[in-house]
Design a protein around this ligand. Structure first.
Ligand code: NAP
Ligand code: MG
Length: 402
């Protein structure tokens, strides 16, 4: 059998621990036998990040901008314990944060659905894709504790540093308290909106965006205006032609709509809403191992990954020579997402079709009852008794199907 050829390389970002082990197996068992894989390889494993003073992460992100499509393995974000464990020179920043800053992107998280794995919300039949604005609000805020009798102001200066506005936030005459200053910038909100509209068009999914503009009449209202203006100006006709819709509503209204819905839409969220709601939606669909994630930049660069981490507990078992039953589905879908997109951009139909077949084989393997341990308690399908496979057996079962 001749292998599928590629013209442009994928940017391959390797990672850490159990997901690094799965990474190698996925390539060996599911990709290399069928595809003459071309990648530009960047080792973002923690040891190599430390060796290169984290320059490797920046180089990988730059390569992502050059070639357009990357696939990334989960990586350790070091904390104090990791600094000790790996004898690090310093507590390097989150690679995902670095890549996001360089690409200026929006993160979309989508559940991978299989017959037999029912979401905790029984009405959900189709995926709900969550888009989270990854800049500003409380994540870049200034906070302070205010003593009794003090006053807190919002002060604005012009370019020369001259005070132009001053507004009382609160007079704490009645007792001590707290204050918080948050901000956002038009450019970031607009690029977030653009990424969401493009994603909805590409996936032919209708889209909600919601804030609390009735209460936050300037701040949240500005988000609403930017989304609505951009939609009217550049996207309305395209949405109508694609037979999808965009709806702005209040955050509490959208939460009620989401629960009553059958899914099948994109839900764009402000930073905090996206942080909280993406964990709720992911959990409600069943398992972290079944949630894929893609970072899309406004100028059309894509970075595909799994939504979960490096599954450290399983890795320590693996190091002791024990077998693990670690779910590789989200990592497989990171590869298929990247291969399909590469195929689309290069007009390489065979490559995109391979990605479709690999996804189908993965889903059908589970639907026929062969799965990893995390899915066993969730699986209910008449006439199918689920069988727990170890990490490698699961990949081999998919290969058989493929
Ligand atoms: P995690 O790796 O997502 O794992 C947390 C737990 O969730 C696991 O112990 C496991 O539960 C379950 N789980 C997650 N993915 C699974 C899978 N594919 N198959 C089966 N079970 C799965 O999160 P963490 O333990 O909090 O973080 C570990 C490391 O990952 C940290 O160093 C963190 O910095 C990093 N991280 C990286 C990313 C990223 O690169 N995008 C994201 C998050 C975290 P059981 O133990 O009960 O089996
Ligand atoms: Mg969160």
């Amino acid at each position: 059998m001749s292998k599928i050829q590629m013209t442009t390389p994928l940017v391959e970002m390797d990672g850490d621990e159990m997901t690094r082990v799965l990474w190698g197996w996925i390539k060996d068992i599911l990709i290399l036998p069928y595809v003459d894989l071309k990648t530009e390889y960047y080792d973002l494993g923690l040891e190599n990040r430390d060796r290169t003073d984290d320059k490797i992460t920046v180089e990988a992100a730059e390569a992502n901008k050059k070639y357009g499509v990357a696939v990334k393995c989960a990586t350790i974000t070091p904390n104090a314990q990791r600094v000790e464990e790996y004898h690090l020179k310093q507590m390097w920043k989150s690679p995902n944060g670095t890549i996001r800053r360089i690409l200026d992107g929006t993160v979309f998280r989508a559940p991978i659905l299989c017959k037999g794995i029912t979401p905790y919300v029984p009405g959900w039949k189709k995926p709900i894709v969550l888009a989270r604005h990854a800049y500003g609000d409380i994540y870049n805020s200034v906070e302070d504790r205010i003593g009794a009798g003090e006053k807190a102001y919002l002060v604005v200066e012009d370019k020369e540093g001259k005070e132009v506005r001053r507004r009382l936030v609160h007079d704490f005459a009645g007792g001590a308290g707290i204050v918080q200053g948050v901000h956002n910038v038009d450019r970031s909100i607009e690029s977030f909106a653009r990424s969401c509209f493009n994603y909805a068009l590409e996936q032919k999914m209708p889209m909600y965006f919601a804030t609390k503009d009735t209460i936050s009449k300037t701040y949240d209202h500005h988000f609403k205006d930017i989304f609505n203006d951009l939609y009217e100006r550049e996207y309305k006709e395209k949405f109508e032609a694609a037979d999808i819709w965009f709806m702005y509503t209040l955050i509490d209204d959208v939460v009620a709509r989401v629960i009553r819905s059958e899914g099948g839409f994109l839900w764009a969220c402000k930073n905090y809403d996206g942080d909280v709601m993406s964990d709720m939606v992911a959990t409600a669909y069943g398992s972290l191992g079944m949630m894929s994630s893609v970072l899309v930049s406004p100028d059309g660069n894509y970075e595909y990954e799994a939504a979960h981490g490096t599954v450290t507990r399983h890795y320590y078992k693996y190091l002791k020579g024990e077998t693990t039953s670690t779910n590789s589905v989200a990592t497989i879908f990171a590869w298929t997402g990247a291969l399909r997109k590469r195929g689309e951009l290069d007009g390489n139909r065979e490559l995109s079709a391979f990605a479709d077949r690999l996804e189908k084989a993965t889903v059908e393997t589970i639907e026929e009852g062969k799965m990893t341990g995390d899915l066993i308690p969730l699986f209910r399908r008449e006439g199918v008794a689920p069988v727990k496979l170890d990490s490698k057996e699961f990949l081999q079962a998919i290969a058989q199907k493929l």
